[in-house]
Ligand binder design. Structure first.
Ligand code: FAD
Length: 467
């Protein structure tokens, strides 16, 4: 049996890789990666510089790992729907093996590739692996999808039993003789017109494993208490690894579940279930990428306000946590979860700007930008999502800062203009004595919190009242 293992941007690893393991077990293996202009056209790639950096590093690492194991990654440019069937025919492959995607555009691509392969008699087999359980397979008592997280999580916990696919430690078979293609080297960032950002985490399976090891040896023990602290390195920082599949979520689940860390491990696994929930939601309702889950939020009277948008993206709203989040995003392609929630809520509720604009901005700059998790995070924060924060609960960015960054270390790191303020004033710089305030190159609050809160409540009440 001759199999093409079609790696895509979400499974850039050799361990716990269903398609690769299946191909190895059954005969000849041809590892393939297609540089589809959908992502890799320079004008497109430049719109997502941090994701592209992480992806290319991970792809390079995969290429090296496959070579070390005795095989070779073939990297071919072109549209997947044309390249994959063409090469499968040329190489006389029996089948193409890949992982399933949940995004609507990935599903459509796979539908078209599958049809083309079927026409020429090549098999096409999609494996589960991006999620713990297959999307669409977790059903409520009536046989429908869950709309609330807690019962969804309970249902998963009741049936979770994850056999790990064997790690590939042994050699891979070499590429079959005569298999050639119009290969190209993996592009460098500079080829795509992108400047490398040294502030990003390193991509690749080995770097991911190191991160996981460090998390297990350190922060996991206090994860339950520290995960909300913006000033502490209390979380795993595995989000880009899970997004690009340099680690499989099943493998992460299993080592954490077996860590013996009790409540902290349970809290962490619960976060993996939020990730899971977002993927199952997008599978069920692909239109979520365009529309809010709560229909009452459709045609919501979001404002147009370029000055407010500019202030929010530049980190100059005058609200320190919101501004720190905006700057961390561009510097590290990452934002602490608590800061994401505060900043997203601020955009939608305090500034009354369309959450979809913020969502797109995050997708542009996050290294872990994930369609499902990002969409769910934004809809949760704006109050319009499935099992979201209720629309009438509005984060007070100052109170959030005082609680989850009590010494102001997070803010001082990302908003150095405030570094000289005593901790008590970092989250409320407007309370500083006039002489001190005058020396700060930092704006006053763009909106008054109490006023903005009332404005959102009034607008939302008026609009949703018609639901
Ligand atoms: P940890 O706390 O160590 O959590 C472990 C893993 O669980 C994460 O790596 C992630 O895969 C998953 N996870 C944790 N929290 C969530 C959550 N609330 N929803 C879904 N998955 C979660 N996460 C992304 O992976 N990509 C995104 O594009 C993304 N955008 C977001 C946008 C907004 C507005 C919000 C509020 C949240 C978003 N999240 C996103 C979820 C969360 O903020 C990040 O997963 C988390 O901050 C990543 O840091 P970590 O790996 O250290 O997390």
């Amino acid at each position: 049996m001759r199999s093409i293992v079609w790696f895509r941007g979400k499974d850039l690893r050799v361990a716990d890789h269903g398609p690769l393991a299946e191909a190895v077990a059954t005969g000849e293996v041809i590892p393939l990666f297609v540089l589809d202009p959908f992502f890799f056209a320079p004008e497109r790639a430049r719109e997502l510089p941090h994701r592209m950096q992480f992806l290319l590093e991970s792809l390079k690492a995969l290429e090296a790992d496959l070579a070390r194991l005795g095989s070779r990654l073939l990297v071919v440019p072109g549209r997947s729907v044309e390249v994959v069937p063409r090469l499968a025919a040329r190489w006389r492959a029996d089948r193409v093996l890949a992982h399933r995607w949940v995004e609507p555009f990935g599903r459509e691509r796979d539908r078209r590739v599958g049809e083309a392969l079927a026409r020429q008699g090549t098999g096409f087999c999609l494996f589960e692996g991006e999620t713990l359980l297959p999307p669409g397979s977790v059903r409520n008592g009536q046989g429908g999808p869950f709309r609330v997280f807690t019962p969804f999580a309970k249902a998963i916990m009741a049936r979770i039993d994850l056999p790990l696919i064997q790690d590939l430690r042994s050699k891979l078979p070499p590429l079959p003789k005569g298999v050639t293609a119009d290969e190209v080297p993996i592009p460098a960032l500079a080829d795509l017109g992108i400047d490398a950002n040294p502030g990003l985490l390193r991509g690749g399976e080995e770097a991911a494993r190191e991160r996981l090891r460090a998390f297990l040896a350190g922060p996991l023990a206090n994860y339950g208490t520290d995960r909300d602290r913006m000033d502490r390195p209390g979380t795993s920082r595995l989000s880009a690894d899970l997004k690009f599949g340099t680690l499989s979520v099943r493998a992460v689940w299993q080592v954490v579940a077996a860590s013996g860390q009790g409540e902290s491990a349970r809290r962490f696994l619960n976060e993996l279930l939020w990730r899971e929930f977002s993927h199952h939601l997008l599978w069920e309702w692909p239109e979520l990428l365009e529309q809010p889950f709560r229909t009452g939020f459709q045609a919501f009277p979001w404002r147009e306000d370029e000055a407010a948008w500019e202030a929010w993206t530049a980190g100059r709203t005058g609200y320190p946590v919101v501004d720190a989040a905006a700057r961390q995003l561009k510097a590290e392609g990452f934002v602490h979860n608590r800061a994401r929630m505060v900043a997203a809520s601020f955009l939608a509720k305090h500034l009354l700007l369309d959450y979809r604009r913020g969502e797109a901005h995050y997708m542009a700059w996050l290294a872990d930008g994930d369609w499902a998790a990002n969409n769910a995070g934004w809809q949760w924060s704006a109050g319009c999502g499935c099992d979201a924060q209720p629309w009438f609960r509005i984060f007070n960015p100052t109170a959030q800062g005082l609680k989850f960054d009590p010494d102001g270390a997070y803010v001082k790191r990302w908003v150095p203009e405030l570094a000289g303020l005593p901790a008590a004033l970092v989250h409320e710089p407007w309370k500083a004595p006039a002489a001190l305030r005058g020396r700060l190159d930092y704006p006053g609050p763009i909106v008054d919190h109490a006023w903005a809160r009332q404005r959102f409540l009034a607008v939302a009440k008026g609009h949703l009242g018609r639901e």
